[in-house]
Design a protein around this ligand. Structure first.
Ligand code: TMP
Length: 212
């Protein structure tokens, strides 16, 4: 019989502008948590491997055009198709490090001018993260890092709007980390936050749903 007191894994989400360094920090965190003996997996959204994910990928690389609402719903569907696997992993004690989640969905679509409440609605009922880490960098600094790969949203003017949307969406529970600090310093901060979060979940914190 399972109860809410079964030890479970933590759902740790990373958010930020394009080029904030999320992806490399996620892989560093994965390795260090593994070294500490945790059961942990690294996920990302969009998950481009599913059928829905392939439609998203083709949109992002400008190979297809879609109405702003339609692509928003696809990004959300891409999370819904992973919801039950996410639950199974977390309940079996595996921690998930997730590179982008519902907050990206809302921040990027509302930056296009879609109503924020409309954007939040399809995400209602997805698993709520135990920890949201925002890697904070100005759009200008992120653009200076270069390597915008030419995908649809990788433009300074748009990233400025995304930064504003994230500000509107964030709450006091988010951990904001300065993404311009040296890589090793950020890595150490993230590891400490993650380890704390994992122990809270192991102590019996129950899973909840967005938007709680
Ligand atoms: P990626 O570069 O992290 O793979 O994400 C691809 C782009 O998709 C990135 O610019 C953020 C954007 N995005 C959304 O617009 N909505 C979403 O729900 C997600 C997860 C990402």
């Amino acid at each position: 019989i399972s109860s809410k007191w079964d030890p479970r894994g933590a759902l740790i989400v990373f958010e930020g502008l394009d080029r904030c360094g999320k992806t490399s920090q996620c892989s560093r965190l994965l390795s260090s948590l593994e070294r500490l003996g945790h059961s942990v997996e690294s996920w990302r959204f969009p998950d481009r491997d599913t059928g829905v994910g392939q439609m998203i990928s083709s949109y992002l690389s400008n190979q297809s055009q879609l109405d702003d609402h339609a692509i928003h719903l696809l990004f959300s569907a891409n999370r819904w198709e992973k919801r039950s696997l996410m639950e199974a992993k977390l309940k079996s004690g595996t921690t998930l490090i997730v590179d982008r989640y519902a907050y990206s969905g809302v921040a990027f679509s509302s930056a296009k001018g879609l109503d924020i409440e409309w954007c939040k609605a399809p995400e209602l009922g997805l698993w709520a993260p135990d920890l949201v880490v925002y890697l904070d960098i100005s759009p200008e600094k992120a653009a200076e890092r270069g390597g915008y790969g030419g995908e649809r949203y990788e433009q300074l003017e748009f990233q400025r709007k995304v930064a504003q949307s994230y500000r509107a969406l964030s709450d006091a529970s988010w951990k904001v980390v300065d993404a311009t600090l040296p890589i090793g310093v950020i890595e150490a901060q993230l590891r400490e936050m993650a380890v704390d979060c994992i122990s809270t979940c192991q102590e019996g914190k129950s899973l909840s749903e967005l938007w709680s």
